[in-house]
Design a protein around this ligand. Structure first.
Ligand code: FRU
Length: 477
């Protein structure tokens, strides 16, 4: 990616390759963000844990590489906890990272700790803490958290998630498994996450098990699915039939999503890798490759179809808002473009459509240039939201990149609301309070900065429309 595509407010490595987010933990005023990193190249290779910290999840400070490959192998994905009570004997309040080492197709789980707020790391001398579990393959990406006076680990293993418990992060006991035939099994399962959320903010709650599916996801390639159910401290049970498939995002570029441990005020905040294994290595990049989605606040809501995730951009993002344009209660007619006078490559858009006319479709086009546009639209009769990047800019690096992706979305009453973030090489959409989201990368020309509000087949009422120009975040403090 040339610098014209380097994001203004999405996290990127200072240089070279990045894939999954790892070890997300909040401690002593800092959100830690580690990531799968190849420091010598802009393609995947010997994996390290890169490292950055933030006080607000918006502005980031890059720190030296935290974990280097060792005799146990490359450092694959994993998680970090705060060992408040010194269960492992490394000291009180140490940060402890539990991660996979990959060597000769063997995957073991390993432990490292930091006594200085993540600035330096010591590998545990007794590694690995879980040997390669013959005969299973692809056993990786431990997500560890504290629950009911024990450490719990969710570990991906080919087509299932294995669960372990431990009193001290060193000795682990197998406690159950979930999967093998549930949900999407079209690709290897990776990067699990497991957490409990209240339903509609009330006293009832459910557990959510998130799982990366390495291939064959709804948009092709890798994608993130989730299960809703119960976790009794030992294993997970889904409350939906085996063949229910729930996707966390309907765009092509939301993978390996992880949430922060220890996040203050009970918020469950999550982000994902804004790419897809299908083409991650060939996106038009030079100096750097890979970025993360915006952090999302996760919640559960009851819908006509059952309990579903609702994901909203974190409120901290409002700090980036600059100049605002506002419209209220207008009528949008075909062939008119209310937004003809507005241009921008970094925008936040909040649009509310009221669907009671004859229109067949409505929506917005962003990053519009002479021959380029990216469309976020709603097909009214079909009740589908679509994201169209068939003309979004550079796409010749991968045959299936220039595509249109869709998701079912019933209007809320007669309303459809879209909350959209446009950055230099990505668009994220949160529809109807986060019930449906799209996360996608695009590579438009720097000059494609036009905006269009469109309607087809009749007019549509505009409840409200706000467009903010966004200031760049500080991504290298
Ligand atoms: C997911 C993944 C993980 C693995 C890591 C290697 O994208 O394949 O399963 O730990 O990437 O970089």
């Amino acid at each position: 990616m040339s610098d014209a595509h380097r994001p203004a407010f999405h996290f990127t490595p200072p240089a070279h390759w990045m894939n999954d987010p790892n070890g997300l933990v909040y401690y002593d005023g800092e959100y830690h963000l580690f990531y799968q990193h190849h420091p010598g190249s802009s393609v995947w290779g010997p994996m390290h844990w890169g490292h950055a910290v933030s006080r607000d999840l918006i502005n980031w400070r890059h720190l030296p590489i935290a974990l280097y490959p060792d005799e146990h192998g490359m450092i694959f994905s994993g998680s970090t906890v705060v060992d408040w009570n010194n269960t492992a004997g490394f000291g009180e309040e140490v940060l402890a990272a539990v991660y996979t080492c990959h060597k000769d197709y063997q995957e073991t789980q390993n432990l490292a700790y930091s006594t200085d707020r993540g600035r330096s790391w010591t590998k545990y001398a007794g590694n690995p803490v879980i040997p390669h579990p013959v005969p299973l393959s692809d056993c990786r990406d431990p997500k560890v958290f504290w629950s009911n006076d024990l450490w719990v680990m969710a570990l991906a293993a080919k087509d299932r998630v294995l669960f372990y418990t431990s009193p001290n992060l060193k000795q682990w006991e197998f406690s159950g498994s979930f999967g093998s035939g549930y949900g999407s099994t079209s690709g290897v399962w990776e990067t699990p996450d497991l957490f409990q959320l209240p339903i509609d903010g009330g006293s009832e709650s459910r557990w959510v098990l998130m799982v990366g599916v390495g291939d064959g996801a709804s948009t092709g390639g890798s994608g993130t699915q989730y299960f809703i159910g119960d976790f009794d401290g030992k294993s997970f049970v889904s409350e939906n039939p085996k063949n229910t498939v729930l996707w966390a995002d309907f765009g092509a570029d939301y993978y390996a999503a992880q949430s922060w441990n220890e996040s203050p005020n009970g918020r469950r905040i999550m982000l994902g890798w804004l790419s897809n294994w299908q083409y991650a290595a060939v996106t038009p990049s030079e100096a750097w490759r890979g970025m993360f989605s915006l952090p999302r606040q996760m919640s559960l809501t009851r819908t006509a179809d059952g309990i579903r995730l609702a994901q909203r951009p974190i409120v901290e993002l409002q700090a980036l808002r600059g100049e605002r344009n506002h419209w209220q209660d207008g009528i949008i007619n075909p062939e008119e473009n209310l937004l003809a006078g507005i241009r921008g490559e970094c925008l936040e858009i909040l649009a509310e459509f009221e669907l009671d006319g004859h229109a067949t479709a409505c929506g917005l086009r962003v990053r519009v240039g002479k021959e380029e546009q990216t469309t976020i639209g709603y097909a009214i009769r079909q009740q589908t939201l679509f994201f169209d990047r068939t003309r979004s800019g550079k796409s010749d690096f991968y045959a299936g990149f220039a595509a249109r992706h869709t998701a079912q979305l019933a209007p809320h009453g007669k309303r459809v609301s879209l909350h959209i973030f446009v950055d230099r090489s990505s668009v994220e959409v949160f529809a109807n309070d986060g019930l449906v989201t799209f996360c996608e990368i695009i590579f438009p020309s720097a000059s494609s900065q036009g905006l269009e509000l469109f309607v087809e087949g009749g007019s549509v009422k505009l409840g409200q429309l706000d467009i903010y120009h966004l200031k760049p975040a500080n991504l290298c403090l």
